[in-house]
Design a protein. Structure first.
Lengths: 206, 230
């Protein structure tokens, strides 16, 4: 079953809200070379798979070569990083950019990869009443939000009680177990409210 | 020898013995007195911390939830601003500043010197000795069931790089940079404590952030103990 369009639209918007849309290379707070919507490049070789352009004459975009992308990676990797350096502050040190369509495609790949992790874990075979795709839309959105920054391993291992309540579809109790540390209170409330909404819809249906 | 001298000798000897004991107790304390310390590299263009909270000034800019830029100049402004004004994409960067300010506040409140049993260098061997709960807490299950030290609990702990006051390691699909932010007697018990920030990210996800812990060490042989955490 494909990912619900409603869920995809909302998670696409959210991921951009959380990560920003930065067309040039930058270093995040821990010094990882990053581009687009939070797309981390684990090493120099990884940039060869990213479509980037350099500005040519009359602002025409010319496809960057692998050598040019490597040079850009090396140049940014040497810059200082940390909380004093926001993503936009790296713009003046860059010569290459990504186009919006490529950033969107990169984001969609991430979403699909997380979707696969969610559908592989939230299955009836793993003890859940319903599989991920047949869970309420609000729950799908909430789990997407959590898997974005925890990954499926941490979501599985660290949130044992939460998953227990998801198994028994006790959305109200799951809401109370959904709190994450290190994200904004607004984002925590967003996920809490999604579980609550699923609970309220369930209650009304009964 | 006169009887009077004979009578006095044990008393004088025991007095010397007592003094010797006192000297033995005090001497290491004098030797181990260390000044409080703050990692000034945490603040750009900062050479010294000064003597009070008001001496620490900086220029930090964040995008706000309303689209406007939010500027803060000192830690008092940071603590009064609250989290709700900062855009979500800037939250990790904002949270880092909050942690550095938290450490600065504790640094200023600590006595100028204290007895220290910490090694002078914050390195992998020290990191391995920290309690096993010295990992970033991301939410969900608590860390109470973790016992022993970090090396014992995280057997796949791998060194990525060591800096002047930091050690970057990976374990359990997570990369954690442990940064020594401050040293000082934060709980005022006479012994120097260590404020450590843990900058983390989870490989293959968008998750990153920081957590912090404070450790104490009350004797040369005592294992580091956790005093507080975020």
């Amino acid at each position: 079953m494909p990912l619900s369009a409603i869920v995809k639209t909302e998670v696409s918007e959210n991921i951009e809200k959380y990560e920003g849309r930065i067309p040039h290379l930058y270093l995040d707070t821990v010094g990882k070379v990053t581009v687009g919507i939070g797309h981390m490049l684990p090493n120099k070789a990884a940039i060869s798979a990213v479509t980037m352009y350099k500005k040519g004459a009359n602002n025409l975009l010319v496809l960057a070569t692998t050598t040019e992308k490597y040079a850009e990676y090396d140049s940014i990797k040497k810059r200082p990083f940390g909380r004093s350096y926001g993503a936009a502050s790296f713009n003046k040190y860059t010569t290459l950019i990504m186009e919006d369509a490529d950033i969107d495609a990169q984001r969609d790949e991430h979403i699909l990869s997380f979707y696969k992790e969610l559908t592989d874990y939230y299955t009836t075979a793993n003890g859940f009443t319903t599989a991920f795709d047949t869970m309420p839309i609000d729950i799908q959105k909430a789990l997407f939000d959590m898997v974005f920054n925890l990954g499926i391993t941490k979501l599985k291992k660290q949130y044992v009680k939460l998953n227990g309540f998801i198994k028994s579809e006790k959305w109200d109790d799951a809401a109370k177990q959904s709190n994450r540390v290190g994200i904004s209170p607004t984002r925590n409330k967003y996920v809490f409210d999604l579980f609550k909404a699923a609970h309220n819809k369930n209650t009304k249906a009964l | 020898m006169k009887p009077k001298t004979l009578l006095c000798t044990p008393f004088i000897a025991s007095l010397f013995g007592l003094c010797a004991c006192q000297v033995t107790n005090i001497k290491p304390k004098e030797e181990n007195q260390e000044p409080r310390w703050y990692n000034v590299n945490n603040f750009e263009n900062l050479d010294s911390m000064g003597g009070s909270y008001y001496d620490l000034e900086f220029d930090a800019t964040y995008s706000g939830t309303d689209g406007e830029m939010v500027k803060v100049k000192n830690c008092l402004e940071v603590s009064s601003l609250g989290d709700g004004k900062i855009s979500e994409r800037e939250f990790a960067r904002w949270d880092l500043l909050k942690t550095d300010c938290e450490a600065a506040m504790r640094f200023y409140n600590a006595p100028k010197t204290a007895v220290s049993y910490w090694p002078s260098i914050f390195d992998l061997s020290l990191l391995k000795m920290l309690p096993s709960t010295s990992i970033p807490y991301l939410g969900g299950q608590g860390l109470d069931n973790r016992t022993g030290n970090l090396a014992k609990h995280e057997s796949n702990l791998t060194l990525i790089e060591s800096g002047n006051h930091s050690v970057k390691v990976s374990y359990d699909e997570m990369v954690v940079n442990y940064v020594e932010v401050a040293r000082g007697d934060f709980n005022r018990d006479g012994y120097q404590d260590l404020f450590v920030r843990m900058d983390w990210y989870i490989e293959g996800t968008f998750g990153d952030g920081n957590d912090w812990v404070v450790f104490t060490k009350i004797s040369p042989t005592a294992a580091p103990m956790m005093l507080w955490r975020k």
